[in-house]
Design a protein. Structure first.
Length: 231
């Protein structure tokens, strides 16, 4: 009986010791409070960081909205500028076309004016190479070169040196016949026609030749002495 009681007492002590160990393994109230304070601090830190993140996100959203507004404004301005540029291009093209048409019209008017002026010279020829001292009257020069009457008027151009003589004939036919026969003047010297011409005059001009009496506008495209067909 005594042995049984000793065993029961030993088991009771062992159970008591095990219970004491379990109680000692659990955190105390102070430790729990510290743990709770740490958790609250961590939560407060997380909330502050979250608030900062939300503020940065709000700023970023506002910046994005501002950029969208700026892009929209730039697009609108670009569209307006492009529209103005295209309109200016159309106006410039229309102005160029109008200028071209006006230049063509002016060119046609110049041609018409030149044709009208040239028509008034249809019966006229220019005699070149006759010295000033060859003859006192231009009619005598024409008679000697043409071999007979046929002009209704002649005068000298106001130029330096030997002045060309403008001769207007009584008909286009007479003028054309003389102009076509101008090749014969190649072998004719001033001294052959004007016997009393001074030596100094002969030095200045030794040959006589005929040219059409063309306008200044046409003269740049006209080659003197060229055997072109008379219209």
């Amino acid at each position: 009986m005594a042995e049984c009681r000793e065993e029961e007492a030993a088991k009771l002590v062992e159970a008591t010791n095990e219970e004491a160990v379990n109680v000692e393994g659990e955190p105390s109230n102070a430790e729990l409070r510290r743990m709770l304070i740490d958790i609250q601090i961590n939560i407060a830190t997380i909330l502050r960081e979250n608030k900062s993140i939300r503020s940065e996100m709000a700023d970023l959203k506002r910046a994005i909205q501002q950029q969208k507004y700026d892009i929209t404004t730039l697009k609108t301005s670009l569209e307006h500028t492009t529209k103005q540029y295209n309109e200016a291009e159309r106006e410039l093209a229309a102005a160029r076309k109008k200028i071209q048409e006006q230049e063509e019209e002016i060119g046609e008017l110049y041609d018409l004016q030149d044709k009208l002026e040239q028509y008034t010279r249809k019966k006229s020829l220019e005699i070149h190479g006759v010295p000033e001292s060859a003859c006192t009257e231009t009619e005598d020069v024409v008679l000697k070169i043409s071999g007979g009457p046929g002009c209704i008027g002649c005068h000298k151009l106001k130029r330096k040196g030997n002045k060309p003589i403008i001769v207007k004939f009584i008909s286009h036919k007479v003028k054309t016949n003389l102009y076509r026969a101008r090749a014969k003047l190649k072998n004719v010297r001033v001294s052959n026609i004007f016997l009393h011409c001074s030596s100094s005059s002969l030095v200045q001009a030794d040959r006589i030749f005929l040219n059409k009496n063309v306008t200044s506008y046409s003269k740049k495209n006209y080659e003197p002495g060229k055997r072109d067909a008379e219209k």
